[in-house]
Design a protein around this ligand. Structure first.
Ligand SMILES: NC(=O)c1ccc[n+]([C@@H]2O[C@H](COP(=O)([O-])OP(=O)(O)OC[C@H]3O[C@@H](n4cnc5c(N)ncnc54)[C@H](O)[C@@H]3O)[C@@H](O)[C@H]2O)c1
Length: 309
């Protein structure tokens, strides 16, 4: 059944894929975003469904809820680029914690909301070698992960006080079109499309669980479609990890050319995890969800995409 859906952060990288996906499913999508990192056109909604608003502006957020009367709220707005959060810890905490409080308070107060989805991150887990399931101990190692662990606690407390069913999704590393932060995929994409065949990159060995934004969007709609009661947490990843070198090899396969890598010391992170891998059995068991996008298919579309170089 069609729902009125409010996506915070819907002009961002993952939120824009989610907006498109939910509209394709027939839902009425509204987007709230302050466009600090997102771009207006990415939201994919007409002007009367787009609200430029900061989630820390309680009055503004309440007005958006009054104007939209959402059934589902998907709260993705956050600052999350780890180097930015490290440089601006107070701002990261303010947005990711105080901003979440105003979104959840509005969801409780306004009376229309049936389900809430809150975006968390694999960064709430400590350093570990193997795949981590949702019961794994938590232990963020940076300010970003710490603010997101607080976001999870706020979501749990919100559920207790409101009784509104609430799902937390721990996103692993997203890839896909329209990435707004200079992560690995858009960085390689930018350099390759600028005709570089010697890439300047940071640490080459860390492995990450990369999941396409369309697959993430399908996982979120599948979870909400289950009508899960109560409060629950799900990893949203693919269950496969790739090193930086292996991602570069995927670009080589699509280009049909060899790429040389030079380690740029300025890009090397001083504190780095070597593995970050999701156990996604719970997501699959509850929803029947399966990922559709391989790394190679995703890279092929990135090489066709027009980017601002
Ligand atoms: N990209 C990833 O690999 C990844 C991994 C784990 C978790 N996440 C989480 O997923 C969510 C979306 O991330 P993304 O990759 O799409 O990032 P993004 O920066 O593209 O999207 C975040 C959006 O939130 C908006 N925003 C930021 N501060 C705001 C504020 N104060 N008020 C209103 N809007 C604000 C930005 O303009 C942007 O459009 C975030 O919660 C992030 O923590 C992302």
């Amino acid at each position: 059944m069609s729902k009125k859906v409010l996506i915070t952060g819907g002009a961002g990288f993952i939120g824009s894929a989610l907006s498109k996906h939910l509209q394709e499913l027939g839902h009425d999508v509204f987007v709230l975003d302050n466009l600090s990192f997102g771009r207006r056109q990415l939201a994919g909604v007409p002007d009367d469904r787009f609200f430029q608003c900061d989630i820390r502006d309680r009055k503004g957020v309440y007005e958006v809820f009054d104007a939209t009367r959402p059934n589902w709220v998907l709260h993705l707005a956050a600052v999350h680029f780890i180097p930015y959060c490290n440089q601006h810890p107070a701002e990261a905490a303010d947005i990711n914690i105080n901003g979440t409080i105003s979104v959840l308070d509005a969801a409780q107060t306004k009376g229309s909301v049936e389900q809430v989805f809150v975006a968390s991150t694999a960064a709430v887990y400590p350093i570990a070698d193997g795949a981590m399931d949702e019961e794994h101990e938590l232990g963020p190692m940076d300010i970003y992960g710490t603010t997101k662990l607080a976001t999870e606690k706020l979501a749990s407390e919100f559920h207790l006080r409101s009784q509104i069913p609430t799902i937390v999704g721990r996103f692993f590393n997203a890839f896909g079109p329209n990435e707004t932060n200079p992560h690995l995929f858009p960085e390689i994409q930018r350099q390759v499309l600028a005709d570089a065949r010697t890439l300047q990159l940071g640490n080459l060995d860390p492995k990450r669980d990369y999941i396409h934004t369309e697959d993430m969007s399908c996982a979120m709609s599948a979870l909400l479609g289950q009508g899960i009661k109560g409060y629950d947490t799900f990893n949203i990843g693919r269950g496969i990890e790739y090193s930086v070198r292996e991602v570069v090899e995927a670009f080589e396969r699509q280009l049909g050319e060899k790429l040389t890598i030079e380690v740029d010391q300025a890009r090397v992170r001083k504190v780095e995890r070597m593995h970050l891998l999701a156990d996604v059995r719970k997501l699959k068991l509850v929803t029947g969800w399966e990922p559709n996008w391989s790394i190679d298919e995703g890279v092929a579309t990135l090489l066709k995409e027009d980017v601002d170089l």
